[in-house]
Design a protein around this ligand. Sequence first.
Ligand code: PFF
Length: 451
Amino acid sequence: MEKKRSSFTGKLGFVLAAAGSAVGLGNLWRFPYLAAKYGGGIFLLVYIILAVTFGFSLMVAEIVIGRKTGLSPVGAFAKLNKKFAFIGYLGAIIPMLILPYYSVIGGWVMKYFAAFVSGNGHNAASDTYFDGFITGVGEPIIWFVLFIAITMTVVLLGVEKGIEKVSKIMMPVLVVLSIFVAVYVMFLDGAWAGVVYYIKPDFSNFSIMTVIAAMGQLFYSMSLAMGIMITYGSYMKKDVNIEKSVHHIEIFDTGIAFLAGLMIIPAVFAFHGGEESALGKGPSLMFVTLPKVFDSIWGGQVIGTLFFILVLLAALTSSISLAETVVSVVQDKFKIDRKVTCLIVLGGCLLLGLPSALGYGVLGGVKILGLQFLDLFDFISNSILMPIVAICTCVFIGFVIKPKAIEEEIEISAPFKAKKLFNVVIKYIAPVFLVAILVSSILDVFGVIKI
Ligand code: PFF
């Protein structure tokens, strides 16, 4: 007999659980470095436009597919149309690629937390600290292994709820702390130019790369195009207003990313003068800049400790939802014991994560398609696979099951206000646009065009 699916208690439960998956390193670590690199205000503007059109439509679509079928991705697509089960499988590959390198960055956060909690915040703020750490061999591996071990232990013991409860309390603290830090940074010497760079769109900074990067970031940050929201939707009760819930998740997710940028980008201007080399730092940006901010604040040791533990929790709720997805797909597919599955997933992550952990040190010289390992995994999942899954999902809804099927499910609980927007985006704008950016990012990485 099939087990009855448990469900979230009401709308708040759903929004908080989805937000727990959505808000993570994507918002706090990835968004600021992309915004810094790809034009500041213009990136922010493009991101927001994409979020309220594409992000909104795709998230609604995924949640509806889950709620309508009551199944996780592979089963859900198969139930709606047998021939399209492959979209579910394709989506399931993405968390497998993200989880290992996500855990590498999670390890970096742990390392900085350890530095601050042990009173070494001042050292962590020095110019050479990050490079010293990341070019080593033992340390990046140890912290990475620790992070993935914690994630897998939580998944194995099934104590996610405990972690989620803690993070529900800590998330508001993170918001308040971020506002405090952002306001403090704003008044540092030279920071104002950074605030302007971040908020005021400068159209001369626009390039196709701005759109490609913003789109990849949108999928990543909102946990889209990899079946997560389908799974969450399958636990949602029929009387919950889907449209409103999506608005709330979006505001939460984008709000935290915005705040993270407001802490970090002006700080780059204050401490490094906002030169291109400093803005283009990439994955290391948060770790190089924030310790300097904490070091300059009275009580910064405590504030830094608090900040990094909060980021760590946000990262854990996201990595747990990634791992949970991977485990359930492998378990369903191969019908093996959950414990064994967790071990296999752990082994796979260690194997795939190691090159990313060492990519800045001993493996620094190895580049594939001109990218370091961490950037390569990030590129394959965010710039190639996610757009492909999103295109397939849009075509599936627009032309196979038809948007009407989605509308009906939404209207069980409330009128669908953005029906027109949803229709046009899913059927025409999203597929055309996604194909264009997918093709240009592939051509770019293979060196056919330079964008
Ligand atoms: N959305 C998370 C973040 O922004 O950090 C990352 C993520 C978590 C992506 C879970 C995908 C996922 F399934």
